[in-house]
Each structure stands twice: as structure tokens, then as C-alpha cells.
Write a protein that binds this ligand. Structure first.
Ligand SMILES: Cc1cc2nc3c(=O)[nH]c(=O)nc-3n(C[C@H](O)[C@H](O)[C@H](O)COP(=O)(O)OP(=O)(O)OC[C@H]3O[C@@H](n4cnc5c(N)ncnc54)[C@H](O)[C@@H]3O)c2cc1C
Length: 393
């Protein structure tokens, strides 16, 4: 390996999706010498091709504090990054289509209130029609979260990338990490054309992160899935908030240009070795019918484009975030199970705090990598001494 193809930094981030770039940005903001390597190009996978939902509605309980704190950052993105990532605070509404579904919504809201969370609010039929007058009359109510919304995925990822680069973070694209190895207190990462050395390693490689964790003997039940979306032709504005449904898969939003993006964790299939998802038109058809049930006037609207992105799912539907339990100075953030775009800003900030040994009011314990194997002994995280800079950018 020639001298020119060897790079050093305090922290090396593997993966240029929203989680890698947000973590790199938040570390660089605190003066850390950090570098990012990306196998293809930043935002190529889930972070750049998702539905853009910024949703705290319907989260698993352990995720709620982190999701709420991430949502605060979405609202401040323009001030923090100089670019709002296309964020629109449109609100999100989950529709109930029967009394039984409305009862399930009521129980959910009461359960959250008992836990001290008040962001999800039960709404009746009349309130739904005030929020979205064009919806079909069989809808009986739902859950409303007014501070949720949506953003433009590739724009948001690029905003984190540009902000990190402005702080001096080098981003190396077409640089797939092949081997990660720790020798003494340094990590060495080998790609096809270069070698990277760093004191601390952060693995944010999405659906591929499990392969890297396995290299340090930290097997984790994470698997890839192909998630599908479709986007329609333009139609006159009829729907401001993001919509979901209680009894069937749906995530639905109309962008300012009139197009409607339809998804809702719709599983397609996957060609994992070729690194891309494949669509299943029959399943997309079912989803289109859900939309026309709710908005009959869309019956003749054409579909412009369909696609499937690659996403990482874990065995318990929660992400892995935090320190390795096998190796020192190794952190993870992956396995967001179809809902990690919203979590990107806040998770990057919290992971950076943990790496630096800073206090955080939000615990990452629920996301520990060893939760799947009944709690192996933890390796203490050595806070990064970023004043002892080992390399120049
Ligand atoms: C179709 C679809 C719709 C979705 N809709 C929503 C939504 O509305 N709201 C929401 O919150 N979430 C949504 N999600 C989920 C969300 O997109 C993901 O959870 C999130 O983007 C994951 O970000 P990430 O940075 O962990 O992973 P990724 O975006 O996958 O980034 C990981 C990066 O690591 C790179 N990489 C992999 N291996 C290596 C290696 N060895 N070396 C270097 N780089 C490597 C990859 O090329 C990739 O760019 C959706 C996902 C999909 C697919």
C-alpha cells in the first residue's frame, strides 16, 4: 500500500448514509478529526431513496425519547446545517377505518399518556375531516401528531454531507471497507485501493453492518429487506399531512410538486449480492388500492415510478446503537427497520456524545448490541481523547 493511499484520522466512519454522515457531522462540530468512507456514493441506499417520513407517530416505546429528540433537530436543521433537507412540518395522521381501529388508537394514546408521552393525540371523525377534508367518509378518527412531517431524503443526506465537509471531514466514495482490524489502540480498515487508520471506528453501514460486526466476533441478528415505494403523476393539492392507516400498510404523502409518494414498509425482494432491491408489482397494486379506498378521486391517477431500497432489519425491530461489547473504541448505528431516516439527526448527535464520553439525557441502553445474547460482559467505552490528534485531515 503506497503512502499516498494510507489515511489517518481520530475517527473513521464506515457508511455514508444519514447515520454515518450525521455522526461525522456531530463529531466534527466538537472538533474531532473524522473521516467517512462510503462503498458507493453517499445516500445511494436507504437514506437517499426512502419515503422521507419524519415520524414519531407509532414508534416502539424504547425509541420514543430518541425519536422526539431527533424531531427537534429536524425543526432546527436549517440553523444547524444551513439547509433544511426539504423538511416540511406537515403533521402526520394515522387513520382509523372502523370503530375497532379507533379503539386500538384510543388504547395506544392512553398507554403513551400513562408513560408520560403526549405527542400522539386521539382525533375523532370531525377533526380528521378538518385536517384532511378530501378523505373518504368511512374514516372514523385516528391519531394526530402535529409536529411530525416529511423531508426530501437525498437532499437531507447531502445537507449532512456538505455540512460535515465544511467542517473539514473528508468523504471517500467508492471505498468499500473490506477488512476491519484492531491492533493495539488503533483500527486499520482496508478497502480495495487504500488503507485507513483511526483510533475509533464507527460502523454505520446499513444492511451491510452485520458483516463488519461479525469480523470482530459480534454476530447480530440483522438481515436485509427490499422496501418498495411508488410515486404518482402530479395531481392538484388535496392532502397536506403525511397519512398512515391503522389496519393496513400505508404511508402516503403529497409533495409540493403534486406527486404522491406511496409506501408503508411494503416488502419487495432483494438481490443482495448486486446491492439492490426488486419490486413486486402485485403487492404494490394492493397498496394502490388502499389509497384509492381512502381517496376515490385518485382512481385514474397514473404511477410514474416504482423502486425498492435496501434496508436493515433486526430480530426485535429496534436498531443497534452504541458501543461494541467485544472491542474497544468501536461504535455501531444500524438496523433501523424501515424507520431510521427520521432518527438520523438525533442518533448521530447522541452517538457522538457517547463516543466523546459526554453526558446525554437520553439512554442508548435499549439499543445495545448484546441484548440479543442475554447480556455478555460489556467492554467499557474509552472516551475519545480528541485533543491527542493522531492525524491531519
Ligand atoms: C423504500 C424505503 C422507505 C423508507 N421510508 C422511511 C420513512 O419514510 N421514514 C423513515 O424514518 N425511514 C424510512 N426508511 C428507512 C430509512 O431509510 C433507513 O432506516 C435509514 O436511511 C438507514 O440509514 P443508514 O445510514 O443506517 O443506512 P444506509 O442509508 O443504508 O447507509 C449505509 C451506507 O453504508 C454503505 N456501506 C455498506 N457497506 C459498506 C462498507 N463495507 N464500506 C463502506 N460503506 C459501506 C452503503 O453503501 C450505504 O450508503 C425507508 C427505507 C426504505 C428502503
Amino acid at each position: 500500500m503506497s503512502e499516498s493511499s494510507s489515511h489517518q484520522s481520530d475517527v473513521l466512519v464506515i457508511g455514508g448514509g444519514i447515520h454515518g454522515l450525521s455522526t461525522a457531522f456531530h463529531l466534527a462540530q466538537r472538533g474531532v478529526n473524522v473521516r467517512v468512507i462510503e462503498a458507493e456514493y453517499c445516500g445511494r441506499h436507504a437514506s437517499g431513496v426512502n419515503a422521507g417520513g419524519v415520524r414519531t407517530l407509532g414508534r416502539h416505546t424504547p425509541e420514543i425519547p430518541l425519536a422526539l429528540s431527533s424531531r427537534e433537530l429536524w425543526h432546527e436543521l436549517r440553523q444547524v446545517l444551513g439547509d433544511d433537507g426539504g423538511f416540511v412540518p406537515s403533521g402526520q395522521l394515522k387513520l382509523a377505518e372502523s370503530p375497532a381501529e379507533l379503539q386500538a388508537c384510543r388504547e395506544r394514546v392512553e398507554h403513551l399518556q400513562a408513560l408520560g408521552f403526549s405527542h400522539e393525540v386521539l382525533v375523532d371523525q370531525q377533526q380528521v375531516f378538518e385536517i384532511i377534508p378530501t378523505v373518504a367518509p368511512h374514516v372514523v378518527g385516528g391519531i394526530w401528531v402535529k409536529d411530525d412531517g416529511y423531508a426530501v431524503p437525498y437532499k437531507a443526506v447531502t445537507a449532512f454531507r456538505r455540512a460535515a465537509e465544511k467542517l473539514g471531514v473528508p468523504v471517500h466514495e467508492n471505498s468499500p471497507a473490506q477488512r476491519i482490524e484492531q491492533t493495539g489502540n488503533h483500527w486499520t480498515v482496508t478497502t480495495t485501493g487504500a488503507m485507513y487508520r483511526a483510533e475509533h471506528l464507527v460502523v454505520t453501514a446499513g444492511a451491510w453492518a452485520g458483516e463488519l460486526a461479525a469480523q470482530v466476533g459480534e454476530a447480530v441478528p440483522v438481515h436485509p429487506e427490499g422496501l418498495m415505494l411508488m410515486v404518482t403523476h402530479r395531481v392538484a393539492p388535496f392532502c397536506a399531512p403525511v397519512l398512515g392507516a391503522t389496519g393496513r400498510a400505508l404511508s402516503f404523502k403529497q409533495f409540493a410538486n403534486g406527486t404522491v409518494v406511496i409506501g408503508g414498509k411494503l416488502m419487495g425482494s432483494l438481490d443482495f449480492p448486486a446491492r439492490h432491491g426488486e419490486v413486486d408489482m402485485a403487492r404494490l397494486g394492493t397498496s394502490a388500492r388502499t389509497v384509492t379506498d381512502l381517496f376515490p378521486h385518485l382512481k385514474h391517477l397514473g404511477v410514474n415510478r416504482v423502486w425498492a431500497g435496501v434496508e436493515a432489519f433486526t430480530a426485535d425491530d429496534l436498531p443497534v446503537i452504541g458501543a461494541s461489547r467485544k472491542a474497544s473504541n468501536l461504535s455501531y448505528s444500524f438496523g433501523f427497520c424501515g424507520s431510521g431516516f427520521q432518527m438520523g439527526p438525533g442518533t448521530g448527535r447522541r452517538l457522538a456524545q457517547q463516543i466523546l464520553g459526554e453526558h446525554s439525557d437520553i439512554s442508548l441502553d435499549a439499543f445495545a448490541i448484546d441484548r440479543f445474547n442475554n447480556g455478555a460482559a460489556a467492554t467499557p467505552l474509552m472516551p475519545l481523547q480528541h485533543s491527542s490528534t493522531i492525524a491531519q485531515h
